[in-house]
Design a protein around this ligand. Structure first.
Ligand SMILES: Cc1cc2nc3c(=O)[nH]c(=O)nc-3n(C[C@H](O)[C@H](O)[C@H](O)COP(=O)(O)OP(=O)(O)OC[C@H]3O[C@@H](n4cnc5c(N)ncnc54)[C@H](O)[C@@H]3O)c2cc1C
Length: 537
């Protein structure tokens, strides 16, 4: 029997490759994932998981394990030159059902993602390295080195380069990784610590001696990051516990007793990115495409969003359900976001480290004022949590008039709904992930008229696009559901009506972003949109 042709080869099983493989697998694609390392990351590395990533994990059905294992940070407190508090960010402003940063070592994140992949039937092929690849208009031909020393030639339709900052895929594609290495030196260490600092906040001290950031990981464990280390520690030599204690004593304004030193390392910060995310049938994502300061904990989160954005598009095109042009939108949607992340992390790093005294004085004067302004809290927390991400100006997003509610391009706001005749509420997000979902909220007074209005477009979708779009009419109560002959969800708590306009068609993409919006009465606009991007059965 001939082996089924490989749809995609994912190179790299870091957090980005694992998410990429999971997204493609969920869409029914035949995928292999290889990694040159013998095991997953053993170090804590990326510890901050942002709200938008948690929302993505909710759609993927893996959120609960993260919430159970992670530690919630409700804000960050900043201390200035004298050690006094100069400002704070309150994550309660994050517009999400998950208004916090979850701290969890990257080793655990990779374990959860790897287990998820295994449960879905895919094993990571370890000690397996991409050596080189070529591509034609129709396929990619990759040479990989196997653990037993043999080489294997693989033919796949697509190649996903999730192979980190030193990406072989990026090199082979000839993509420039333009940017700079900052003249800044950092130390990082994980500890047990005794201190009076609250465990539900991160604490950042910007003292004349240098920066000290203190991130609770839960159960008495903490991550410390310091810049400007003593000269003898500006190397690959690992700092000792007493050297760390000295740094903490000199920079924290409160006593901190460190013990049980875990992973510790020295690092420099780069800010680099590619100008293209794709050449032909090969893509680069995550650290292979962009690296920057760890300030604001964006790197892993941004990479996971890259994979999340590409997965469903690649699958629809590969399954011949969408026009290949859909894939061009990956770069159009993600490159501006990656540019912003580089700019924002660089700005934050400069502001917090503030090496010059004049800059520290400016920072210590401005931050207390800014922290008291509600609009600043909202904007800053939205940015950090990545809930600011929207694709309103994407070429594959179309927005038409609606009286209120989210726009096309926005992330579809969460709500609890129920299915008629079934006990229990479900998060709207659990309906996303695989197909597009069409949502239309009934007007309570005239829901029957509303039903008649949407019926033609619902029927057209069932007939020609049933495998890729699922439409739901949303009713205010279960009693009406029995009288309706289309798929219905019940807005049991009125949460949907609070956030979305009635009699408006919202087409939600598998990644949870709204692709299209128009009044139900103007459903011919939706039909044109569907005809433009999707291929009928
Ligand atoms: C100190 C520090 C703190 C950080 N803190 C945060 C944070 O709090 N939040 C955050 O979002 N980000 C943070 N980051 C960034 C984050 O760690 C990275 O952005 C993230 O690991 C990138 O994931 P990735 O999957 O793209 O790459 P990687 O994690 O680097 O994975 C790439 C994988 O590809 C494999 N590979 C490479 N070449 C090949 C090949 N030729 N063939 C096969 N396999 C190959 C490697 O073995 C590796 O497993 C931090 C980074 C550092 C250094």
């Amino acid at each position: 029997m001939m082996a089924r042709k490989l749809d995609a080869l994912v190179v790299g099983a870091g957090p980005v490759g694992l998410n990429m493989a999971a997204a493609l697998l969920a869409q029914g694609l035949h995928v292999r994932i290889i990694d040159s390392a013998a095991d997953r990351a053993q170090e804590s590395r990326a510890i901050g998981i942002q709200a938008r990533t948690l929302e993505v994990f909710e759609i993927s059905g893996i959120l609960n394990e993260f919430l159970e294992l992670g530690h919630r940070l409700n804000g960050v407190t900043l201390y200035g030159e004298t050690g006094a508090e100069i400002g704070h960010l309150d994550f309660g402003h994050i517009p999400s059902r998950y208004p916090f940063i979850l701290t969890l070592p990257q080793s655990e994140t990779e374990r959860i993602l790897g287990d998820h992949l295994r449960r879905s039937g895919l094993e990571i092929e370890r000690q397996t390295t991409l050596i080189s690849f070529e591509q034609s208009d129709f396929a990619v031909f990759a040479k990989i080195a196997l653990p037993d020393g043999r080489n294997e030639e693989i033919c796949a339709d697509w190649l996903l380069g999730c192979d980190g900052a030193r990406s072989e895929v990026r090199e082979s594609l000839g993509l420039q990784f333009a940017g700079k290495t900052f003249d800044l030196h950092f130390l990082l260490g994980d500890f047990h610590a005794e201190s009076t600092l609250s465990e539900d906040h991160a604490h950042v001290f910007g003292r004349p001696e240098g920066l000290l950031a203190f991130f609770p990981l839960g159960k008495g464990r903490y991550r410390l990051v310091a810049d400007n280390p003593p000269e003898q520690l500006r190397s690959e030599k690992k700092p000792t516990l007493s050297e760390w204690q000295g740094i903490a004593d000199g920079r924290s304004s409160t006593q901190m007793k460190l013990s049980d030193l875990g992973w510790t390392t020295y690092f420099r910060v780069n800010s680099r990115m590619v100008e293209r995310l794709r050449r032909g049938r090969a893509f680069v994502l995550g650290d292979a495409a962009h690296i920057h300061s760890p300030a604001l904990a964006q790197g892993m989160n941004t990479g996971i969003q890259d994979a999340w954005n590409l997965g469903w598009k690649l699958a629809l095109v590969q399954r011949c359900f969408a026009q290949p042009a859909l894939l061009d939108s990956f770069e159009r949607e993600r490159l501006p976001i990656e540019h912003n992340v580089l700019r924002m992390t660089e700005f934050t790093q400069n502001m917090i480290t503030a090496e010059k005294r004049s800059n520290r004085l400016l920072r210590d004067t401005l931050l207390p004022i800014l922290s008291g302004i509600n609009a600043f809290q909202k904007t800053a927390t939205k940015t950090v949590s990545e809930t600011v991400i929207e694709y309103r100006s994407s070429p594959v997003v179309e927005d038409h008039y609606a009286p209120d509610g989210p726009h096309a391009g926005d992330f579809a706001a969460g709500a609890l709904v129920s299915r008629p005749g079934k006990n229990g509420k479900i998060a709207l997000a659990t309906l996303f992930g695989r197909e597009h979902v069409l949502l239309c909220l009934a007007t309570p007074q005239s829901w029957q008229d509303g039903l008649q209005t949407v019926k033609p477009i619902f029927e057209l979708i069932h007939k020609h696009y049933g495998q890729i779009i699922t439409p739901y009419f949303i009713l205010p109560n279960e009693g009406l559901a029995a009288q309706s002959d289309v798929d219905v969800l019940v807005d049991v708590e009125g949460q949907f009506a609070q956030q979305y306009a009635a009699s408006v068609l919202y087409l939600v993409r598998p990644d949870g972003y709204i692709a299209f919006r128009c009044l139900a009465a103007k459903q011919n606009l939706l039909q044109s949109y569907i005809d433009k991007y999707f291929l009928p059965l």
